[in-house]
Design a protein around this ligand. Sequence first.
Ligand code: DGY
Length: 331
Amino acid sequence: MASPRPAVLVARQAPAAVLARLHAEFDVDLNEPDVVLPRPELLQRLQGKLACMITGSERIDAELLDACPELRFVSTVSVGFNHIDVPACTARGVVVTNTPDVLTESTADFGFALMMAAARRMSEGERMLRDGRWQRWSWDLLAGADVHGATLGILGMGRIGQAIARRGHHGFGMPVIYHNRSRLDAATEAAVGARYVSQDELFAEADHLILVLPYSPAVHHLVGAQQLALMKPTATLTNVARGGIVDENALVAALRAGRPGAAALDVFEGEPQVNPALLTLPNTVLTPHIASATIKTRTAMAALAVDNLLALVSGRPPLTALNPEVIERQT
Ligand code: DGY
């Protein structure tokens, strides 16, 4: 008798062609309606599952792991993994994988586009036009801040930060300054045209500041009233990292006070809920966590998540493990 196939929960929809490769090796429990599974249903559907393919919407913590002792592999379709307690997984021998690299360029494109939209007041202009409030041309109608030649600030200089720096430096002639936990080596700094500065200098000197650092409790509300007060009144703040990095109430107060001049946010503290005050401010550009959302990139992310699971069940090392020590321990 053939041995039973391993079972996987696919917690959110993914491209059918990508999932077909999973069906070939696993018994797949697919969340067809693609709604976020309520926690009790997530726990119930994980019973007896060896693996799960999740997104940022599903929280994997010690309580869940203890309630689902057969779970061995967690593959998240995201580069960010703040929704997963990786140390708790490691302690229980659960391998965790994510999807870095494949989304770098698309996310950098979007971060740059959001920054430009805030600087050039594109959302304000579109809202004015659609609402029928555009009455005539005037020389200073929605006049914003230049992007070319302005100083680009980047907080968090990983792969996405560097991709944004390249765009600013090579494409828009922007002096680039950055702050990061660790400084890049001189060759990498030169390749992306970036200069290392302190965090306070970054907030004070940037004309356009983009947040791309990973979220952890250590950086919760890192951007609060004190940092925002350092920014220029003409500056923009863009966040394509995680909502919790910015204290949204402090940002609302700062935007009302006119420093920084505008903000562009793709991520929010309580998403999909959005702080209602942000919705009422004219100087915000707000998008629903779509920085990596191109068909090509989202397909590549799902494909990498599936590749990781297929590798794991066939005894090969996964491509992008967050805790490879679990596999080393087992071999
Ligand atoms: C990521 O990959 O972390 C993006 O934020 C999508 O969740």
